[in-house]
Design a protein around this ligand. Structure first.
Ligand SMILES: CC(=O)N[C@@H](CCC[C@H](N)C(=O)O)C(=O)O
Length: 389
């Protein structure tokens, strides 16, 4: 088994919530500090890490970013290296992303190229979002890249395939938190209470009508309420219910409509159920907008270059559509050109599922692909500089 698959397994055992990735950071540092110290500089930022691998010219910087947090999901995989953190799991593939990033750093530490390579281990992608604050940090600004890439595992694609598209890859996302406050009481006297379980049930159904009845059917959007908490026991009418969810959109117009309709519906719930309804928005991620020209260039490069790569590292390119997943990698792309792509890992259970089991062969394939592309891109920069002289 490759060293990077072993690192992935070690990381898989210790998933941690956003901005609490303390053991994860320590484990990553242990491996990164084994790289040749004369070529590699390491900085930490919160629970994240930035690594600079010095280039032979070092005029430009190419960045590769991985996210490092886990999810509050109780693991149900068949792995013998299951999570040791009760109730937490790497259910979005960040263990794979990190192992690939360590592989990329290790490759360039041993095979330096013209450009500097910056490898970014970013906390809190699932929430509340580590990209934006990391980008504002001195540590990041000092090594701000000229080009940035990232990948995300894709359970629905086979191992050996990647999928990408120029333009929007992922949706804008906004976390939503709704509190309903009515009047508690005895289960046998509903007429004397204001039952927030009934109000919440009605609210969840009404929210879905925003998608089906207020938006242009061709303007995609999703509202998911992923968590409802409320009530105290089976024979007490619930005074309070909290709903937590996420809104996904692909246009500013859809975002505006969704938010304004949520307000309208909440006013209706207040009037209809004699309760108080308040809404708060949490982390709001911009779309992941892949740079058109760079992505097209990458796609053309890949179609040609992969012909020369031998099995089992050869990969096939698929052009995909946009997805309603979100990623705070989108923030990096607002100031640095680059792109994100999907990496096929072939799991019958999808992202955010307790049985997600990405195939580890994809780790070595991804390291090979990313390092080849970055090397090619760096040579292209160096060639251009020579011609400009
Ligand atoms: C790739 C992926 O699954 N990303 C997450 C990002 C979370 C965004 C935010 N915290 C939210 O839920 O709105 C996703 O759920 O798409």
């Amino acid at each position: 088994m490759s060293k990077f698959r072993e690192i992935r397994r070690e990381l898989h055992r210790i998933p941690e919530p956003g901005f609490q990735e303390v053991k994860t950071q320590a484990l990553l540092l242990k491996y990164l500090r084994q790289l040749p110290a004369d070529r590699v500089e390491i900085k930490t930022w919160c629970t994240g890490i930035l690594v600079r691998i010095k280039g032979t010219i070092g005029k430009r910087r190419i960045a590769y970013r991985a996210d490092i947090d886990g999810l509050p999901i109780t693991e149900e995989t068949s792995y013998e290296f299951r999570s040791e953190h009760e109730g937490y799991m790497h259910a979005c593939g960040h263990d794979m992303h990190m192992a690939i990033a360590v592989g990329v750093a290790s490759h360039f530490a041993h095979h330096p190229i013209e450009d500097d390579v910056i490898v970014i281990f970013q906390p809190a992608e699932e929430g509340p979002g580590g990209a934006e604050p990391m980008m504002r940090s001195e540590e990041y600004r000092a090594w701000k890249p000229d080009l940035i890439l990232a990948l995300h595992i894709a359970p629905e694609y086979p191992v050996g395939q990647i999928a990408v598209r120029p333009g929007t890859l992922f949706a804008r996302t906004a976390e939503i938190f709704i509190e309903l406050k009515g009047k508690g009481g005895h289960a046998a006297y509903p007429h004397q209470a204001k039952d927030m379980i009934i109000a919440a049930a009605q609210l969840v159904m009404q929210l879905q009508t925003i998608i089906s009845r207020n938006l242009d059917p061709l303007d995609a959007a999703v509202i998911t309420i992923g968590k409802i908490t409320g009530g105290v026991r089976q024979n007490v009418i619930a005074e309070r219910v909290r709903l937590e969810g996420t809104i996904r959109t692909l246009s500013d117009a859809a975002t505006k409509t969704v938010r304004s309709r949520i307000e309208d519906i909440l006013h209706g719930i207040e009037a209809g159920y004699g309760c108080e309804a308040t809404v708060e928005y949490g982390a709001d991620y911009v779309q992941v907008d892949n740079d058109e020209a760079l992505t097209k260039e990458f796609m053309a490069w890949m179609r040609g270059e992969q012909q020369q790569v031998e099995e089992p590292l050869r990969m096939e390119l698929v052009e995909c559509g946009a997805a309603m997943t979100g990623e705070d990698f989108g923030f990096f792309l607002t100031e640095t050109p680059g792109f994100m792509f999907w990496l096929g890992v072939d799991s019958p259970y999808g992202l955010h599922h307790a049985k997600l089991e990405p195939k580890e062969e994809a780790i070595d394939q991804a390291i090979s692909l990313v390092t080849r592309y970055i090397t090619w891109k760096s040579r292209q920069h160096a060639g251009k500089e020579q011609r400009d002289r």
